[in-house]
Write a protein that binds this ligand. Structure first.
Ligand SMILES: [Zn+2]
Length: 300
């Protein structure tokens, strides 16, 4: 089913080792401010791509319903434990290149700390555009290769690759930094207009983070971030894009079969396991512990 290599966080302790260890409080606060600055306050149905354990989910309080999509079931299980089962949240294990939802279903989407795992960003962005209705908001974060630290390292010959070149740099397998101009180009080629930009995490320097309280540092970061539309030299950049007017205005269904594209999946409760079944290709997808699992279909 997958044509693209995917960075899989299955069984990863990413939330605990990276976010909950305390050393990333500054980055987390910077992201909260960037979301508050750029994201429309209210909406009907939000798709969080690469939602992980739902670290950012409660920052979108004005949305009627939120779909948390991630490739890792274990990350989603942690998200469900954290957020509960109120019905406001839907947990979906799936691939960003093949989103199991009908075209034009969502009126907003976010993708934070996720594009940097994509070997084919234009294909991923095309798929995000498909599931958004016309004139919908899309908040995209990406890792910026043209950041100040990379530029200095390049100038002092501590680094081989050129931070000003437009091509992505893969610094670890399936971990990419992108040039801001390239990301804007991919957005406009795939049906988005850039509305606003914020530069984020300018002070991602160990010594500074130790010396200055995280809240104060994040506030200073927020002040500098206003220049985001003029220049981008921070390690992280947030772009608020808007989908253009093309495509259907109304969705033809809710879930869409990732195998054949049929937007008419029906819930089917056989005795053994709750699942969704495709009326066209007959593929069956499990619903386990409140998680809709499109990573693979069930054996027939
Ligand atoms: Zn199907």
């Amino acid at each position: 089913m997958n044509r693209h290599p995917i960075c899989d966080y299955e069984n990863s302790d990413y939330q605990q080792s990276f976010w909950d260890s305390g050393t990333r409080r500054y980055e987390d606060l910077c992201e909260a401010r960037a979301i508050a600055r750029l994201m429309p306050r209210k909406g009907r149905l939000l798709l969080e791509l690469g939602a992980g354990t739902g670290r950012n989910t409660l920052r979108y309080q004005g949305y009627g319903k939120i779909v948390l999509l991630d490739y890792s079931r274990t990350q989603l299980r942690q998200a469900r434990e954290r957020l509960g089962d109120s019905g406001q949240f839907l947990f979906v294990a799936a691939d960003v290149y093949n989103i199991p939802f009908a075209s034009a279903l969502f009126d907003a989407a976010t993708m934070i700390r996720t594009l940097h795992h994509m070997a084919d960003p234009p294909a991923a962005l095309r798929e995000v555009r498909r599931v958004l209705a016309p004139q919908s908001a899309f908040l995209l974060e990406f890792a910026n290769k043209r950041n100040l630290k990379a530029i200095l390292r390049y100038l002092f010959r501590r680094q081989e690759w050129n931070p000003f070149a437009p091509d992505p740099i893969e610094y670890l397998p399936l971990n990419f930094d992108f040039h801001p101009r390239s990301v804007r180009g991919w957005l406009s080629e795939n049906g988005f207009r850039v509305r606003d930009q914020a530069t984020v995490s300018h002070f991602r320097i160990g010594l500074l983070k130790k010396a200055v309280p995280a809240g104060l540092l994040a506030y200073l970061d927020y002040l500098i971030g206003f220049t985001g539309n003029l220049c981008q030299y921070s390690p992280s950049v947030f772009v608020l894009a808007q989908s253009d007017g093309a495509g259907p205005a109304e969705p033809a269904g809710f879930f869409q079969c990732p195998n054949c594209g049929n937007p008419d999946l029906k819930e089917d409760p056989p005795a053994s396991m709750l699942s969704l079944v495709c009326g066209e290709c007959k593929k069956r997808y499990a619903i386990r512990d409140g998680i809709y699992d499109f990573k693979e279909s069930l054996p027939l």
